[in-house]
Design a protein around this ligand. Structure first.
Ligand code: PGA
Length: 237
């Protein structure tokens, strides 16, 4: 199983729970695992058994930006990945495509692999605009120089944290579109992850799709034992 599993812990878990999370995962290693803890725990979560990933960072390298942390600081800490443009950043913190683009540039400049999150909302889906939105979000976020290791996470906004997952056909269609768009436009073969209510009961079928290079798991990754159960379900595939 060489597909990626990305666990987005969001703003969850206290210090004791985080240290327990680390211990549980280190005792039951998961192949190709990337964990995104809250920033304040990044340092203590660094491990040889998995990679750590920031959930966001600011696009300037340093300066008077109270409350922010930079990709430069992440790199110095030993962090090699960052989510960029997660729908919760876009929706709750008004992050625009322009800001997402600046963050992608900053991550590339600091040699942090960006996991660019894209996906349509319910209204856009109902008006059959899914592929158009995907294309616009990719084009707006990326300049011509993109790294070979760029990862894209297709996360339909209506599926995040709702218990509603996209159908396997929808996932196949969107992922194939993203892959061919990236190949045609940027001459890159990118990994495309699926995110949005991935759970123990649907991970196997989603991970088994050829078009899916991994999953981005939110709520279901909060409990490390559940994450291990999910991995055990797919590891032989
Ligand atoms: P979810 O979150 O698995 O809870 O839907 C996914 C995400 O926000 O990346």
């Amino acid at each position: 199983m060489d597909k990626l599993i990305v666990a987005n812990l969001k703003m969850n878990l206290d210090k004791e729970q985080i240290l327990n999370y680390k211990k549980v995962i280190e005792n039951n290693p998961i192949q190709n695992l990337i964990i995104c803890p809250p920033d304040i725990y990044l340092d203590m979560m660094i491990s040889d058994e998995y990679n750590v990933c920031a959930q966001d960072a600011y696009y300037m390298d340093e300066g008077a930006y109270t409350g922010e942390i930079s990709f430069l600081q992440l790199k110095e800490l030993g962090v090699n990945y960052s989510l960029v443009g997660h729908s919760e950043r876009r929706k709750l913190f008004n992050e625009t495509n322009e800001v997402t683009a600046l963050k992608i540039d900053a991550s590339i400049r600091n040699k942090i692999t960006p996991i660019l999150c894209i996906g349509e909302n319910l209204k856009e889906r109902e008006s059959n605009k899914t592929l158009e939105i995907i294309k616009d979000e990719i084009e707006d976020a990326l300049s011509k120089n993109i790294p070979n290791d760029l990862i894209i996470a297709y996360e339909p906004v209506w599926a995040i944290g709702t218990g509603n997952t996209a159908t396997l056909d929808d996932i196949k269609t969107s992922h194939s579109y993203i892959k061919s768009f990236m190949k045609d436009t940027y001459k890159k073969d990118v990994k495309v992850l699926y995110g949005g209510s991935v759970t123990l009961s649907n991970i196997y079928e989603i991970m088994n799709l050829d078009e899916v290079d991994g999953v981005l798991i939110g709520g279901a990754s909060k409990d490390p034992n559940n994450l291990i159960d999910m991995y055990n379900k797919i590891k032989k595939s």
